[in-house]
Ligand binder design. Structure first.
Ligand code: SF4
Ligand code: SF4
Length: 419
């Protein structure tokens, strides 16, 4: 039977202002670069901003592509702030110092909402980051961006996609962010979607998830002056949750409290749901060129993968998991990237631990068989096989029998001669 999760009003939205981007990052899930076909005009975007405020969204993260490349991005942010929304931004940081005046103006607005946080994507130390982003000098521009933001008193965050290239740099990055006075650091493990498919060797795989979770737990226990936290891609119902999450994991919130809007007006539960598909994306519930946001949100059957979750459809380790009803297979986007369905998430730490335990048990069984065979060989070395088993020889050669055998030997075969 389906578990019905009743949506209220969405409280958080990630809004892609444009798919245009000056970078061609190796891990970009949405192949950002050029604008999407049908990106909305400023007038339409301001109308969407009003609709978002009307529907009750409290927090909006402006993203892209590169949101700072969207003309008049600050007018959209201002409209949201004036309508009482807390606005954040995720940028690649390349144009941050060029836009600092606009950010300072937004921060100074006297309005019911506010500019809450400016985050930049940082994927390693200088060399690693620039290689990943494929734009020399981008790390230096980010560093300058944090300095300008800090001086302007704007709350800052860093977002790192953990790959095989930077997983060994996490300790150094932590020190780097603290020296830059970054306020918060979000860590996420790479998904295998979008441009990342061209670089499978960079994927840390499910085992990397546990490494990242333990790193976050440790930094929190050490009480560093930076808030380190995970994205939604980890922290599903393990003993580490109290050390890495603000509260218990309640399952993917796409279409329940979360919302994603693409630059062409497509509405999804979350922008991370298969962002590379420009057409026929199964997670698009409607388009703002054609419908009002409230109608899309309230459309019967919309966001069914979360609102009408079917436990019987769960696959893999999730199908047997005791947390299934609460967790609903973890992050839907991560599960979909990995398995082509939202109902099976091999990136879950519990699933990975189960897989690893099975692998070790199989190895243990193999070693047991090998050990038994070696033990047998050892016994044979110590007690080589004899023509007659010891027990039978001992039993049969009684003193009486020995005397009779001796008499036979003496008389018949050797004719009384003994050598
Ligand atoms: S196995 Fe699946 S249902 Fe269970 S905690 Fe992990 S992701 Fe959630
Ligand atoms: S798909 Fe993943 S990132 Fe998006 S809301 Fe669900 S859990 Fe969060």
């Amino acid at each position: 039977m389906a578990i019905t999760v009743k949506p209220g009003r969405p409280s958080h939205c990630v809004w892609e202002l444009t798919l245009k981007c000056n970078m061609r990052c190796k891990h970009c899930g949405s192949y950002a670069g050029k604008d999407r076909v049908g990106e909305m005009t400023l007038e339409q975007l301001l109308d969407v901003a009003d609709q978002l405020a009307d529907i009750g969204v409290k927090r909006i993260t402006l993203s892209g592509g590169e949101p700072l490349l969207r003309e008049n991005w600050d007018q959209i942010a201002q409209r949201l702030i004036e309508r009482g929304v807390r606005v954040g931004m995720i940028s690649n940081g390349y144009f941050m110092t060029d836009n600092i005046d606009k950010l300072v103006r937004l921060k100074a607005l006297k309005a019911p909402g506010c500019l809450e946080v400016v985050a930049m994507s940082v994927d390693g130390l200088r060399e690693t980051h620039d290689d990943f982003r494929r734009v020399p000098g981008s790390w230096d521009r980010i560093k300058a961006g944090y300095k300008a933001l800090h001086e302007a008193g704007i709350y800052t965050a860093a977002i790192t996609s953990v790959s095989n290239n930077n997983i060994k740099e996490l300790d150094e990055m932590l020190k780097m962010f603290m020296s830059w006075k970054v306020n918060a650091w979000q860590l996420q493990t790479l998904f295998g979607g979008g441009r990342m498919r061209e670089f499978p060797e960079l994927m840390p795989g499910p085992a990397g998830v546990e490494t990242v979770a333990r790193f976050i737990a440790q930094t929190r226990l050490n009480r560093y002056p930076i808030l380190v936290f995970p994205a939604d891609c980890l922290g599903f119902c393990t003993e580490l949750d109290p050390f890495i999450l603000e509260g218990p994991w309640q399952g993917c919130q796409a279409g329940i409290t979360a919302l994603g809007i693409e630059a062409n007006g497509n509405v999804k539960g979350c922008l991370s749901l298969c962002p590379e598909l420009q057409e026929n994306n199964p997670f698009v519930e409607g388009n703002l060129h054609e419908e009002k946001l409230i109608d899309i949100w309230n459309k019967p059957g919309a966001f069914a993968y979360n609102r009408e979750f079917e436990p019987s459809k769960a696959e893999g380790f999730c199908a047997t998991c005791r947390h299934l009803e609460r967790c609903r297979c973890g992050c839907s986007a991560q599960a979909y990237f990995a398995t082509g369905t939202v109902n099976n998430n091999p990136y879950c730490m519990l699933a990975e631990r189960d897989r690893k335990a099975k692998e070790l048990r199989a190895q243990a069984e193999e070693l047991r068989c090998k050990a038994a065979s070696l033990e047998k060989q050892a016994r044979q070395v110590l007690h080589p096989e004899r023509p007659y088993p010891q027990r039978i020889v001992r039993n049969r050669v009684t003193p009486g029998r020995r005397a009779s055998v001796a008499s036979i030997l003496n008389s018949r075969f050797f004719n009384g001669k003994r050598s």
